[in-house]
Design a protein around this ligand. Structure first.
Ligand code: ADP
Ligand code: MG
Length: 573
């Protein structure tokens, strides 16, 4: 048996700190993050960052913030020394990035670190140094404004840590990402980011939020962006985002900030995507900066020393607030783009135009071109009078695409996408106004094998709102007794979607299920429609707002304006 001889000893302080440093300071970029946060906490309005060799050789952060006094400077190097949190009760009101008092101590233990600082009220400045955890006594120094921290030879005495460093290029890139995200969080601060080897620098003046966002996304086209805001009792949200029509053609990325703290949170990113759903197919390509402001009581960032992770007390509330922050504005933008706002609210469509039933001659009713027949029978009745404009159904292609003339423009509809969207809107309205969706008792209960069927059966309320009645048969086996009347098949897909979406916030879960329900109830591509059905679809369409996309984001129609045709035929450029 192996025995370790020796005495238990308390580790020397500087060794403890070196071990702990690994948690906070992983690479130059994490050092930069801590230094920049300290500068912002000190109230700086200007921050100057410079570096050499990806920050491993040299990393300097200078600010014009409050500064540190001569007596406090030794404390700044000490573990758990912070000027930001005195009592535990203060925690909820805390607005600073720092509060653990770990960063400087950790950084000082793994580098050769110098601080110069002065406060406006002192006649002299101070200077202090720590070389790999060994401090020298602080001295008086020339007065400068704010604080300058110079980090040299990071990890030089920690070959194990150095081994994990990537190329100079990727360390530089990581530095740049830290700088860019904090600059995006703080447009009111002027920034400089300088590579001392090449002399290259990025300079940012103090800017408005919009201008800083445009810089971040490498664009000058302000008109391609929009701004939204919302306020609830808990959260204030403001966001800047690229309009749907430019999505996919410009730089993308969703950047979240919680009380100006850069935040990675896939659920909240998903909420942004959800907000855009139906307005773009490319929700992966959204470009957006979103700022959340709320009391520290509502979340916990103290999960990990690097504060990467946040836990929200009510994640669902914030999720749905984000979604509804975007939607009204996106609907308005959508209407502007497709000119739908030109359509006046539908007047009652004169009964004369629709009263006459369409009679198709038996011989033609099957295959052939029933549209021609329809055309003969219908004549002008295919026109829907809508205010001054009218829709005129021309023809259908491949039993999928409906060609419609409106004013001087041509609209091509996808019959499935169109029907799906119409059904979805109806279901959603029914759901929101607390009506149960029409349900139908099945002649014979439909058996279904579904994993976790018990979980589904617990959702009685939502099931009955959706028009389902289920019965447990045996383990994982259920019987569908009643189902939504519009659904004629694919019961399983809808129920599986419900099961899958149960852990999402209620609002999201419902819209997932309703869109699946709509998809499976809608006419499909290549379904041969009766002329009445086509007219019905167009009429329903004309009575709804903002239905330019099916719930999954595919367009329901594509407009060809005369202008577009002229371009296609090179009549105009
Ligand atoms: P924390 O930020 O969690 O308080 P740090 O180790 O990062 O801990 O910093 C320790 C203390 O040093 C801070 O609380 C602050 O008082 C002081 N300090 C650090 N950097 C600066 C700076 N740039 N300007 C003014 N004070 C600073
Ligand atoms: Mg700090």
């Amino acid at each position: 048996m192996l025995r370790v001889e020796g005495m238990i000893e308390v580790l020397a302080d500087h060794i403890v700190h070196q071990i702990a440093a690994g948690e906070v300071i992983e690479r130059p970029a994490s050092a930069l993050k801590e230094l920049v946060e300290n500068a912002i906490d000190a109230g700086a309005s200007s921050i100057f960052i410079s570096y050499r060799q990806g920050g491993l050789n040299t990393l300097i952060v200078e600010d014009n913030g409050a500064g540190i006094s001569l007596d406090e400077i030794p404390l700044a190097f000490r573990a758990h020394a912070t000027s930001k949190l005195k009592r535990l009760e203060d925690f909820d009101a805390l607005r600073t990035y720092g509060f653990r008092g770990e960063a400087l101590c950790s950084l000082a233990s793994v580098s050769d670190l110098e601080i110069w600082s002065s406060r406006s009220e002192d006649s002299r400045g101070v200077k202090a140094r720590s070389t790999f955890g060994r401090e020298s006594a602080p001295e008086a120094a020339d007065r400068r404004l704010g604080t300058q921290i110079l980090v040299k030879s990071l990890f030089e005495r920690h070959p194990a840590r150095l081994k994990f460093m990537k190329s100079e290029r990727s360390e530089t890139l990581a530095l740049s990402q830290v700088f860019r995200r904090y600059a995006l969080a703080h447009p009111e601060i002027s920034w400089t980011f300088k590579d001392l080897s090449s002399g290259k620098e990025v300079r940012l003046p103090k800017q408005s939020f919009v201008d800083r966002v445009l810089w971040f996304f490498d664009t000058v086209e302000k008109k391609e962006w929009f701004e939204v805001q919302s306020e609830s009792s808990d959260w204030k949200i403001s966001a800047y985002a690229l309009q749907p029509r430019y999505i996919g053609q410009r730089k993308s990325g969703i950047h979240l900030f919680l009380n100006r703290r850069p935040l990675k949170d896939t659920k909240l990113e998903f909420a942004v995507r959800r907000g855009f759903e139906g307005f773009t197919e490319q929700t992966r390509e959204i470009a957006c900066a979103l700022y959340l402001e709320g009391s520290a009581k509502l979340f916990d960032v103290n999960v990990h020393p690097m504060k990467h992770e946040v836990r929200f007390i009510h994640p669902e509330a914030i999720f749905s607030q984000i979604v509804s922050t975007f939607r009204p504005k996106l609907e308005r933008l959508h209407q502007e783009v497709w000119g739908l706002n030109e359509i006046e609210p539908p007047q009652s469509i004169s009964s004369r135009e629709f009263a006459k039933p369409f009679t198709l001659r038996a011989s033609d009713s099957a295959a052939a071109s029933f549209y021609e027949v329809a055309q003969q029978n219908l004549g002008l009745q295919q026109k829907l009078a809508l205010g001054s404009e009218s829709y005129e159904f021309l023809t259908s292609l491949d039993d999928t695409y409906l060609f419609v003339k409106k004013g001087g423009d041509l609209f091509v509809f996808d019959q499935h996408a169109l029907h799906e969207r119409i059904i979805y809107e109806r279901l959603l309205t029914a759901y929101k106004t607390e009506q149960n969706i029409d349900s139908q008792r099945l002649l014979f209960p439909v058996p279904l094998v579904l994993e976790n069927a018990e979980v589904l059966l617990e959702q009685e309320e939502i099931l009955s709102k959706l028009g389902f009645e289920l019965r447990l048969w045996s383990d994982n086996k259920i019987q569908i007794v009643s189902a939504p009347s519009i659904l004629k098949r694919d019961y399983k897909e809808v129920l599986r979607k419900l099961l899958e979406s149960l852990q999402l916030p209620v609002e999201t879960c419902v819209s997932e299920v309703l869109s699946t329900l709509a998809c499976h109830s809608a006419v499909r591509a290549h379904d041969r429609l009766q002329p009445e059905e086509i007219i019905r679809l167009l009429k329903d369409f004309s009575e709804m707002d903002a239905v330019g996309h099916c719930p999954h984001g595919r367009p329901t129609f594509v407009p060809f304006k005369i202008k577009d045709l002229e371009k296609l035929f090179h009549r105009v450029l």
